[in-house]
Write a protein that binds this ligand. Structure first.
Ligand code: RRO
Length: 316
């Protein structure tokens, strides 16, 4: 009832995890795999293992929003590639996320990922807000085009025919939506666009301490959770309108209920990722949210997501 496809991949449910929280270890990936998530996506990887930014680097509030400046702590690409048997033990697609320090690193990791049969898809993260000294790639449209030009020319990706997509930052202005979609549309190698990463460079203040809640970047970090849901919905709607129909849009940002997923699907999402809610609630969130979505569909008489996907009504 809530199955979907992403390129050649079949997902039993259209809900799976976002890269980030609870995705850094094989133990965490195995738990997602054992839940009703439709796919398993690993933490963004760099070429080599790294520890990330100084602590404290996260702040959580289950009601409003969360903030992180993790700075890409991860075990290195080889670890996530070799986790394929564990992550896909339950027959689900396993995707890795790449977030190298530079284009050469991303291409080197792409080469490795394309050689592993058990990797079903690759998400290139063009939107990390937390690496000190590195601006968000997809806010620089020349760099966005350069990265995609290099990926398109990548022989290993072409030969492997693997699902390839990009994780995008939120945009806030019409011309930015248009320009980014126009660039992406020029590249056949892009099969999906996942919108949105966290809203970069937000600030949470601890009033008692009269200090920022987190240490790195003088307190600035990526904002996530319910507060960003409305920005995420708008990004999914705009991307779906502007991207070529062959490119799927994966919705992500602040999703925590079946109703939130339903709204993402109305905006045209092909699948929906859960980040902060997974972080706070753990992998049982995938079971709960899947049940909630099915209840809404039953109440409305829908038997498949295709019956309402992308069919958000307009005011006349
Ligand atoms: O690790 C992080 O600090 C991080 C990454 Br790579 C990302 O893409 N988005 C985010 O909010 N945090």
């Amino acid at each position: 009832m809530i199955a979907t496809t992403l390129g050649p991949l079949k997902l039993d449910t259209c809900i799976y995890n976002a890269s980030g929280p609870r995705t850094g270890s094989t133990d965490a990936l195995a738990k997602i795999s054992a839940s009703s998530a439709g796919a398993v996506l690993a933490k963004s990887a760099t070429v080599l293992e790294q520890n990330g930014n100084d602590l404290p680097r996260t702040w959580q509030s289950d009601k409003v929003a969360s903030l992180n400046s993790e700075g890409l702590p991860n075990k290195g690409i080889d670890y996530y590639l070799s986790a394929e048997a564990i992550a896909s033990a339950n027959g689900k697609p396993y995707l890795v996320s790449l977030s190298g320090h530079n284009l050469a690193d991303n291409l080197a990791m792409l080469t490795k990922a394309c050689k592993v049969d058990g990797i079903h898809g690759i998400e290139l993260n063009l939107a990390c807000p937390n690496v000190i000294g590195h601006p968000i790639i997809a806010y620089d449209f020349d760099q966005l085009r350069d990265v995609l030009t290099a990926v398109q020319a990548h022989e290993g990706l072409k030969a492997s025919k693997k699902l390839f997509g990009i994780k995008m930052p939120p945009y806030f202005d019409g011309p930015h939506f248009e320009k980014s979609a126009q660039i992406i549309n020029d590249f056949d190698c892009v099969h999906f666009v996942a919108s949105i990463n966290t809203i970069g460079n937000a600030l949470v203040i601890d009033s008692e301490a009269e200090m920022p809640a987190i240490r790195p970047k003088n307190g600035l970090g990526g904002l996530s959770g319910p507060a960003v849901k409305y920005t995420a919905l708008a990004n999914v709607k705009k991307m779906r309108e502007l991207l070529h129909p062959r490119i799927a849009v994966v919705g992500v940002g602040g999703i925590e209920s079946g109703e939130d997923v339903f709204n993402m699907l109305l905006c045209g999402a092909q699948a929906v990722q859960i980040g902060t809610c997974h972080w706070i609630e753990g992998p049982k969130c995938f079971d709960r949210i899947a049940v909630e979505l099915q209840e809404i569909m039953q109440r409305k008489g829908y038997t498949s997501i295709e019956q309402f996907r992308g069919k958000l009504q307009n005011w006349s």
